[in-house]
Design a protein around this ligand. Sequence first.
Ligand SMILES: Cc1cc2nc3c(=O)[nH]c(=O)nc-3n(C[C@H](O)[C@H](O)[C@H](O)COP(=O)(O)OP(=O)(O)OC[C@H]3O[C@@H](n4cnc5c(N)ncnc54)[C@H](O)[C@@H]3O)c2cc1C
Length: 382
Amino acid sequence: MPRVTVVGAGVFGLTIALSLPRHYDVTIVARDMPGDPDSLGWASPWAGAGFGGGGTKPNDPEEMEMLKAAFRYFWTLSEEHPESSVKKMRDVFIRDNVDTDSDLWWKDFMPDYRIMDPSELPPASNAKIGITYTSLVLTPATYLAYLFSLLKASPNVSIVRSELSSLEQLVPSSSSSAGASPFGAVAPDVIVNASGVGAGSLVNDDLVEPVRGQTIVIRQPDVDHMTLRSGIDYCYVIPRGDGTVVIGGIKEHGKTSPEVDPEIRKDIAFRAHQLDPRVPSSVEALDVVRDIVGIRPGRRGGMRLEAEVLELGGGSVPVVHAYGAGGTGYALSPGVARRVAQMVDAFVMGDQFPHPRLSTRGTSAVLATEREEQKAGRCNVM
Ligand SMILES: Cc1cc2nc3c(=O)[nH]c(=O)nc-3n(C[C@H](O)[C@H](O)[C@H](O)COP(=O)(O)OP(=O)(O)OC[C@H]3O[C@@H](n4cnc5c(N)ncnc54)[C@H](O)[C@@H]3O)c2cc1C
């Protein structure tokens, strides 16, 4: 069986692992996993999470296609697998910097899309335009546990907890007499790097940037729709459909402080109240379930989704990188996973079968093959 090692058990790593064909021998290697105690070492447990139309690169055609694919996938999950926590939810999208929707790619895509009459909007929302449509929300801890349970029940998937200092550790060294690697005596055919902000040190990517977020989970059952304001101010109110609501948010580039900032708390309550007056404006009046601090895996210039062949352990190993989703990792994850599965297939199957040793294949040949495989568009998650 082709061997694929996925580094990372965040929403990217888990969704990617589920997207690989069942006849592949898949190993997930990660430091943090669903069900772990709180840790700022990864982002996935700390998201809202609501589906927005924005990706990591403005109006990037590939990201738009991935977001569309993801929306269809989550829509189906909401209908067929409610245990995943995915729910349809009306969204109110407020822009406080422009009064047009002409630049929104998703205006012809989102169900029930319409521009709202100003009288429908909260008076303090600072809206130049308000738009409503049907979107999707999920509860990260439940959704991650759902993905993880599917993987644990898959006979072709192994899960190994380990913190890597380099991808080289996944490959037995040809120069060592023992040739040992804690991950097996045989090198993976492909490595998928879905290590989030960890990629900064794991593959020395200087573009990786932590982006600190802080939110408050409150009990407020009467909030029945999501509201997001963007443009000048970035703020959201995301009901999870279980009586709790996540209010946020902030983006602090380059910061990683784990402490809850009391001034930011006050500010979040004030701004969330502007978006939905049912949320109390004073932090003392909130029915707080918990405060959240989370570090988004930002990347200057946008997400890295690309394949390359690296020299590891004395041989050439194909690596597919998928990290740097910033604040849109859930929304992108099913689309990214489908794309990664195509890239992995291109390496594993190639244009000849049985394929020659991967170490004899050059990067350009692999990428040419990948383009062929893209046309086939195979994936089992969507
Ligand atoms: C406050 C907040 C609100 C958000 N709201 C939303 C939202 O509403 N909608 C949305 O779509 N997104 C939202 N996000 C963003 C979303 O959470 C992230 O984009 C997403 O979780 C990134 O997933 P990931 O799998 O790429 O990375 P992570 O979840 O960070 O996972 C990385 C994985 O790699 C592992 N790893 C890292 N380094 C190593 C190493 N050296 N060795 C072994 N394992 C390693 C980690 O242990 C972990 O398993 C929000 C994020 C925050 C913080």
